[in-house]
Design a protein around this ligand. Structure first.
Ligand SMILES: [Zn+2]
Ligand SMILES: [Zn+2]
Length: 301
């Protein structure tokens, strides 16, 4: 049951003991908690944790982008092969993000320290069903809401010019540009990711897993590489890096951040293959004869 964990006061000691021995995630939860209670319950832990996910993605992919670009695996999987990620490109984004963090993120973390009570660490782990079903609902809810936020920010010109165009300064994304956002957009996305688990009474393990999932997916769509093990290759309804890369290249396509059912329904889902076909069709219609049509004709230059 979704709300089964917190009213632990209704459980008898025997029931708690029974649940402890039967929940699959209990050993994981006990291992995470063991000796770390004072760190995990601190109101500073969630922002510190979220920032460490950001920094890990940025550091790992910055090393790949700047130093491992020539490794055949990365070279072959890079989506926009003609757009090399350079330190010059990157530092402009890191400069904006430094200001965003100094002016928004760190002060918000300090506000949390004053206003938010320490996190209560439950004795019991969430059940697997509870963790997975809540994550799925949060995932769907964020994806749906951000689609409309995003769509409106492209369709209402003043919103695009004032806010979302900041994110589109890069037409070829890379991991370090995922958080290249106008402060308003950063505030909206941050608030939404933080508050969406308030739909249910969410176990802190589920809450932290949600942060890991949400941030990882947001980085994944910006990495600029189409890895052979990427999720979109296995699930046709998942956008992945190629779709969001396409959005940066052609900003009036592929609005949905994580899935693609709304883009498909509304006709905005375009792939690189489609783009190639459109260019070929355009050439066919307006530009050139095909090879067969010109076969045997004399050409001087
Ligand atoms: Zn983007
Ligand atoms: Zn956009």
């Amino acid at each position: 049951m979704l709300f089964d964990i917190y009213p632990i006061q209704n459980y008898t000691l025997e029931q708690i003991e029974y649940e402890k021995n039967h929940r699959l995630l209990q050993p994981v939860w006990d291992f995470i908690k063991n000796g770390n209670e004072h760190i995990l319950s601190s109101p500073l832990f969630p922002p510190f944790y979220a920032l460490s996910i950001d920094y890990t993605f940025v550091i790992v992919f910055t090393i790949i982008d700047l130093f491992l670009y020539d490794v055949p695996f990365f070279k072959n999987t890079k989506i926009q092969k003609d757009r090399k990620v350079t330190w010059n490109l990157m530092k402009k984004s890191l400069y904006l993000q430094m200001w965003n963090q100094l002016l928004w993120i760190y002060p918000m973390a300090l506000v949390q320290l004053v206003w938010v009570p320490p996190t209560e660490l439950p004795i019991l782990a969430p059940t697997v069903f509870e963790l997975l079903s809540q994550l799925a609902i949060y995932f769907l809810a964020f994806d749906f809401t951000y689609f409309w936020f995003h769509y409106i920010h492209h369709k209402v010109k003043f919103l695009y010019r004032w806010c979302h165009s900041v994110h589109h300064m890069y037409s070829s994304p890379f991991a370090a540009s995922a958080q290249h956002l106008h402060p308003f957009e950063l505030f909206f996305v941050g608030t939404f990711i933080t508050t969406i688990p308030w739909i249910f009474e969410t176990h802190c393990l589920t809450y932290w897993t949600w942060f890991l999932v949400a941030q990882s997916v947001s980085y994944e769509v910006h990495i600029g590489y189409d890895f052979p093990f990427a999720l979109h290759r296995f699930f046709w309804f998942y956008s992945g890096a190629p779709a969001h890369d396409m959005h940066h290249l052609r900003p009036l396509t592929c609005f949905q951040p994580w899935f693609n059912y709304l883009d498909r329904l509304m006709g905005y889902h375009i792939t690189y293959e489609d783009l190639k076909k459109m260019t070929e069709a355009k050439f066919k219609k307006f530009g050139l004869y095909s090879k067969e049509d010109e076969e045997g004709l004399l050409k001087i230059n």
